[in-house]
Ligand binder design. Structure first.
Ligand code: N01
Length: 520
């Protein structure tokens, strides 16, 4: 076993982890390592390779402000292009040398005596250990596939595939396929699988609200303008960002204001399904629009209307070795079951592997108090650990990259503050955490997520919404602009001088610090 001592360890090489690596490097924090169990950068955009996988956030917003991409081919990007973009950013900023791929973090524990995180890893069957003063968790909430707990599922003798673990070698041609779930992933993959499958049964527990997807290819003139006209791409990003924030107002403060969105969704159903009133009824949600994530598609409803597709809404009774029995007793034999049933978000197994100062895991702590932290970033009891896309940072209306960049500002300022003040240990005060969370819950009280009449993964086992940021994202940008050391118990002391002073002019890119609308 080799031991590696670094100043900062980042877990995860998706948008969060890569963004953290770039910003650390830009600010002169060079003593860090990036650990990821996969084989390259990309995180969720590396892992989700199902047919039709694409982003439902406009391309212009789905990139770092410090690495804008003038060459997006379409107004909404598909998975391969986003994956390429992320790898391109890693190349541009020279991050590959810092990354250890194929390295799974099996456990990490805060060692109070050493003032370090001890990180156990597994690489090609070999255990190893990394010690780091600061831990940055960039594993993301959508990384651990959720397999449905349906009676008999283990007895199924055909193929079972989760949307996030797609088997691209499998030929669905002519096969009898069942898809369980009708969330963001299912509505993208079903139209593609339906084109080749012999028969496709879609098992829907709750119908989603879906707006049309205004996807189009960019023209050569637009590409030219994005590349050559100063400020043009920032202005477009700002415009899209501002338009999306209007939706945040409806979601958080005035769900009635979302009525036009509902009408748009209803028109989408009518346009996509046509005359089949029974199918339209089955495909129409019964909760308020926005309560669950609003999806985007032009081809979901036409796919449901295909002669080889059946929308099953009776619920699943059990799975047999050869098929699925629905609650009305109907047996449908299938060759493949696709589980598009989402992820362990509020109950991720990752939480069990992070052990804080009292020997208690994040899972144990959050089982008691709910998934909460301070500014979505720090958790009391877990010194020197910053979580990216932590509690209360999720969104229903715009780009997570914006939230990630806000957190990166906070991370960099945390490290700079620690360096300037000689701080070696930082733990958020319980009172600050509690006050922050009380504020979040207060803000949520009139929101559609609380009052919209749906069950969603936004809620934890106690029914509290611990995943979402309520309100406007520029308010989050503001609250994470600088590190508020007063909210933390800190220890000052001698430590290794590992982080050199930031080189002049290397600061974070004026883009990130400039007004929110220009950098969304
Ligand atoms: O997962 P989901 P997803 N029996 O949790 C159903 C992001 N994303 O992978 O609604 C039967 O949304 C469940 O039913 P119900 C995005 O943030 C982004 O689709 O709970 N059904 C639901 O229909 C998204 O929110 C993009 O009643 C069961 C579905 O499975 C997140 O990923 C693209 C079941 C799960 O839907 C997750 O999306 C794709 C059971 N036992 C995904 N258990 C972008 O474009 C669950 N379901 C950015």
């Amino acid at each position: 076993m080799t031991t590696n001592d670094v100043e900062i360890a980042i877990i995860g090489a998706g948008f969060s982890g890569l963004g953290a690596a770039v910003r650390l490097k830009q600010n002169g924090f060079d003593d860090f390592v990036l650990l990821d169990r996969g084989r390259d950068f990309g995180g969720t955009w590396r892992d989700n390779t199902y047919p039709g996988a694409a982003c439902d956030v406009p391309s212009q917003l789905y990139s770092f402000s410090f690495a804008k991409n003038p060459t997006w081919s379409r107004s909404y990007s598909h998975q391969p292009e986003i994956h390429d973009y992320i790898n391109g950013v890693a190349d541009k900023f020279g991050i590959a040398a810092k990354a250890r791929f194929g390295t799974e973090v099996t456990r990490t524990e805060w060692n109070e005596d050493e003032g370090r995180w001890v990180i156990d890893t597994l690489q090609d069957g070999k255990t190893d250990q990394v010690r780091a003063r600061v831990l940055v968790g960039g594993v993301g909430p959508l990384c651990e596939p959720n397999l449905p707990d349906i009676e008999g599922i283990e007895s199924f003798e055909g193929k079972i595939v989760h949307s996030a673990r797609w088997d691209n070698d499998h030929d669905f041609g002519g096969q009898r396929v069942a898809v369980i779930g009708t969330g963001a992933s299912a509505i993208q993959l079903v139209p593609e699988v339906a084109k080749v499958a012999g028969r496709l049964d879609v098992y829907q527990r709750t119908a989603p609200w879906i707006v049309p997807r205004t996807e189009r290819a960019y023209s050569s003139v637009e590409h030219w303008a994005y590349k050559n006209v100063p400020g043009y791409q920032s202005a477009v990003r700002g415009g899209i960002y501002a338009a999306n924030e209007v939706v945040a107002f409806g979601l958080t403060y005035s769900p009635k204001a979302l009525k036009p969105v509902e009408l748009l969704c209803r028109a989408n159903i009518l346009r996509g399904i046509g005359r089949d009133a029974e199918l339209r009824r089955k495909a129409t949600p019964t909760f308020q629009v926005g309560c669950k994530r609003i999806l985007r598609s032009n081809d979901w409803y036409p796919a449901l209307a295909r002669p080889n597709v059946d929308l099953v809404t009776d619920g699943i009774e059990r799975i047999t070795p050869s098929g699925i029995v629905s609650r009305d007793g109907t047996v449908r034999e299938v060759d493949v079951i696709v589980v598009a049933t989402g992820f362990h978000v509020t109950d991720s197994p990752v939480f069990e592997k992070i052990i804080g100062k009292d020997g208690r895991s994040l899972a144990q702590v959050w089982n008691e108090i709910g998934m909460q932290g301070y500014k979505g970033s720090f958790v009391h009891g877990f010194p020197n650990m910053m979580l990216m896309v932590g509690p209360s940072t999720g969104l229903g209306h715009t780009s997570m990259v914006y939230m990630i960049e806000s957190q990166l500002n906070y991370l960099v300022d945390y490290l700079k503050t620690s360096r300037a003040l000689g701080i070696t240990r930082t733990e958020v005060k319980l009172s600050a955490q509690q006050e922050f969370n009380a504020g979040i819950q207060h803000k949520l009280r009139n929101s559609v997520w609380v009052n919209g009449g749906c069950a969603s993964w936004y809620k934890d086992a106690n029914g509290n919404i611990t995943t979402l940021w309520p309100g406007f994202t520029f308010a989050y940008r503001q609250t994470t602009r600088s590190f508020d050391v007063a909210a933390y118990d800190v220890t000052r002391g001698a430590r290794r001088p590992v982080a050199p002073a930031a080189p002049a002019g290397s600061a974070t890119g004026e883009d990130v610090a400039s007004p929110a609308t220009a950098n969304a």
